[in-house]
Design a binder for this molecule. Structure first.
Ligand SMILES: C[S@@+](CC[C@H](N)C(=O)[O-])C[C@H]1O[C@@H](n2cnc3c(N)ncnc32)[C@H](O)[C@@H]1O
Length: 276
């Protein structure tokens, strides 16, 4: 079996330019309007608070649209991702908008060595980030290692219940088809498509992913010294997670068309590293 990082990186390397050119990521809007923020960060605004002057790191920053948005809110932002093409798009976005972003190409698990121990006030991540990591406890150690005592983790992520659902079968039912809990063995996917509107057909189609239960995520964070300060589940996600079953609202959030109260699609978790 090939190393999961090589498989996943090859896949993300191909997705990055397609995403940067897609209407969904809306790169042009950042160039046209110096106050424009990504939909993901706009959703986060009421919970983020004032981040002016904070040293932030965006783990798995992809093409940098959320990273740039956080910089526009006044944080000094670093982005980290293992995909060179993704970071090239982020660097180009920073250059064209006249924004200073520090960018590191690295695996998340190497983030402390690469970006600095205790160097940040804020770790921001999510929306399709944790599912690429096999071990949630190791991730929690990395997040703790990056923050100064009293620093904050801000995580909005796809809900493990959503990740556990089978592809919609067309009868309106949601069916649990995949593990909810973390398993050592990956979920292996083979898919030439991606989640944005694009004609691009991927050549590196095989990916390895993992789910992590909400309790496992919280437990991992508590065990490395975090105090949980907020945990909110949302009935919506910023992408069409169950095609054919969801409707998009005016903010770009998707939720089940029928009885959306059936399903938590995402959650926002905030935690502070003890010891300030
Ligand atoms: C769905 S994106 C999440 C980013 C963000 N929510 C967005 O949509 O802009 C996932 C990102 O994780 C990165 N990634 C996946 N596995 C990684 C790893 N082990 N280390 C660093 N980056 C990784 C990919 O390159 C990709 O850019």
């Amino acid at each position: 079996m090939a190393d999961y990082r090589e498989l996943n990186r090859a896949n993300w390397d191909e997705r990055a330019p397609a995403h940067a050119a897609s209407p969904g990521y809306g790169v042009q809007r950042f160039l046209d309007d110096p106050d424009h923020l990504s939909g993901v960060v706009r959703f986060d605004l009421p919970r983020l608070g004032d981040i002016r002057g904070q040293r932030g790191i965006h783990l798995q920053c992809h093409i940098g649209t959320d990273t740039l948005s956080l910089a526009r809110l006044g944080a000094t932002m670093t982005g980290l991702d293992f995909s060179a093409p993704a970071l090239a798009e982020a660097a180009e976005l920073a250059r064209r908008t006249g924004t200073v972003l520090r960018l590191h190409q690295a695996d998340v698990y190497d983030a402390v060595e690469v970006a600095g121990a205790g160097a940040f006030d804020l770790v921001y991540t999510g929306i399709g980030a944790l599912c690429w990591l096999p071990d949630i406890r190791r991730w929690a150690e990395v997040v703790a290692g990056l923050l100064r005592p009293g620093g904050r983790l801000f995580l909005r992520e796809g809900h493990p219940m959503l990740w556990a659902l089978a592809e919609p079968s067309g009868d309106g039912r949601v069916v649990v088809g995949f593990p909810y809990f973390e398993r050592p063995e990956p979920l292996v996917w083979d898919d030439a498509t991606t989640y944005v509107e694009t004609d691009v057909v991927l050549r590196s189609t095989v990916t390895h992913e993992w789910n992590h239960g909400l309790g496992e995520i919280v437990t991992a964070l508590l065990s490395v010294g975090f105090e949980l300060t907020a945990l909110e589940e949302h009935d919506s996600a910023p992408w069409d997670a169950l095609p054919g079953m969801m409707v998009r609202d005016e903010h770009g959030e998707f939720r089940l068309r029928d009885s959306p109260e059936r399903l938590a699609c995402t959650y926002t978790l905030q935690a502070v590293l003890r010891g300030s």
